[in-house]
Design a protein around this ligand. Structure first.
Ligand SMILES: Cc1cc2nc3c(=O)[nH]c(=O)nc-3n(C[C@H](O)[C@H](O)[C@H](O)COP(=O)(O)OP(=O)(O)OC[C@H]3O[C@@H](n4cnc5c(N)ncnc54)[C@H](O)[C@@H]3O)c2cc1C
Length: 418
């Protein structure tokens, strides 16, 4: 039951999700403090280094039917998109088993519905924020492209194309000449493509998060540069967040701490199987090959995107303990893949980055008021889609805190599904 408690909200985490929550909560008239030891837009955040894809049509789960047959090949290929060291297997196994379980056909359809329901609103809830923040230029509407070396592969990708089209997403099949016409800089090795014209891209995710935080701060939100360690509880639930610099009291609490959210949620009596699904990027600085669409090599599952400052190539799903050191050879692999995709590329200065996707086994985040405490809200686990889903999540969280009817039905995002 919703109890009208007061107007102050403390958010843990100032990544894409946290800053969008901060904006929409301020717009709804709440006092907002955000707790995070790092600045919004900092390279330590997962939100900084992603591929920038903003895809309202994104609805393909990571665990598609048939993944069990595919997984051994993906894992054994040293240049493949998935990486798991034997050492990390015990840590990852329970999550991986749930991941595989979520790939059954009936569940994949439900997941696709939940994904698109959230992602389809991405522009609707980003547009007012970027307009107010004066950074509309950061969001561009260039479409999303999947490219294939095998000319008949796109016509074989029937299940994903059907899943998209069933949910109203426009998908165009491109032959070799149409592909060349759309993206002339691509290697002639690519013979076909699938083009999704209604998708978009952020050309500098770090600047987006920093700008949206500046906006929230102008509206009166404050940041405390400290780490949240847990909660202090009163009779009706949490009353303050315990931090390295003392307790922070509030009426409502939002956990949006990305990959570090699960232990905080556990203190609120919610157990979520969350893993650090590490990814890498390389930015080939000051490089512009004229790429327009956010372009994914379908077989190798890496994404190339023209960003402010250079060509960014992102990829890899690496299941490792968060404390494990980065494996920079994964980033070197992305440089090789970029050179394959764009033969004219001459990379001189390369910037490398690693970040941890906060991933649930079923590709859907947890967005809910906790079952036990009506003043605690969870907003994490956005996996591969956290940039695109952040704007809508921010709006939904503000509606949950205000006790309003949420824009979409939140039952698919409840933690009780685990
Ligand atoms: C290679 C790669 C490519 C990707 N491509 C895309 C894409 O194209 N499109 C897309 O939508 N998504 C993409 N993603 C996913 C997306 O980046 C993430 O889902 C998203 O950034 C998650 O946002 P977040 O706010 O939950 O987490 P984060 O950005 O990680 O922010 C969490 C914040 O919480 C803070 N925090 C953690 N613990 C505490 C604590 N105890 N106290 C206080 N603060 C704390 C951290 O310091 C951090 O600032 C990609 C990810 C990777 C790695």
């Amino acid at each position: 039951m919703f109890i009208d408690r007061g107007r102050s909200v403390a958010i843990i985490g100032a990544g894409a999700v946290g800053v969008c929550c901060a904006n929409y909560l301020r717009d709804a008239g709440f006092d907002v403090v955000i707790i995070d030891p790092v600045e919004p837009g900092d390279p330590q955040q997962c939100s900084y280094g992603n591929a920038g894809g903003l895809s309202p049509g994104s609805c393909i789960p990571n665990a598609m039917p048939g993944i069990l047959r595919e997984l051994p090949g993906l894992l054994l290929d040293p240049e493949g998109p998935v990486s798991l060291r034997l050492l990390d297997l015990p840590h990852a196994l329970p999550w991986l088993l749930r991941f595989l379980w979520s790939s059954r056909a009936s569940r994949a359809g439900e997941i696709a519905d939940a994904m698109i329901e959230l992602n389809r609103l991405t522009f609707e809830f980003y547009q007012p924020l970027v307009a107010q923040a004066g950074c509309k230029d950061l969001i561009q509407y260039r479409g999303q492209l999947f490219v294939y070396e095998d000319p008949i592969a796109p016509s074989r990708a029937t299940l994903s194309t059907k899943m998209r089209r069933d949910r109203g997403v426009r998908v165009e099949l491109l032959d070799e000449s149409q592909l060349r016409e759309l993206e002339p800089s691509l290697s002639p090795a690519y013979k076909a493509g699938l083009f999704l014209p209604e998708q978009g891209q952020c050309v500098n995710p770090g600047r987006l998060i920093a700008s949206l935080w500046q906006l929230a701060a102008q509206k009166g939100a404050r940041q405390l540069r400290t780490k949240a360690k847990g909660f202090a509880f009163g009779q009706n639930g949490p009353v303050s967040i315990l931090t390295d610099d003392g307790p922070v009291s509030a009426d409502f609490f939002v956990v949006a701490a990305g990959v570090c959210s699960a232990p905080l949620a556990r203190q609120l009596a919610v157990h979520v199987p969350l893993i650090a699904e590490r990814g890498y990027h390389v930015v080939l600085e000051n490089t512009d090959v004229g790429l327009r669409a956010n372009t994914c090599c379908a077989a190798r599952r890496f994404v190339a995107a023209q960003m402010e400052g250079g060509l960014r190539v992102t990829g890899t799903a690496e299941f490792a303990k968060p404390s494990a050191p980065p494996r920079w050879e994964r980033a070197e692999m992305l440089v090789r893949q970029a050179k394959f995709m764009f033969p004219s590329l001459s990379a001189t200065s390369v910037h490398r980055w690693m970040g941890s996707r906060p991933s649930t086994p079923d590709s859907i985040p947890v967005i809910e008021r906790t079952p036990r405490y009506s003043n605690a809200i969870l907003a994490f686990g956005h996996g591969h889609q956290g940039l695109m889903a952040a704007s809508t999540t921010g709006k939904l969280v503000s509606q949950l805190v205000a006790g309003e009817t949420t824009r979409i039905d939140l039952s698919p995002y409840r933690s009780s599904r685990f």
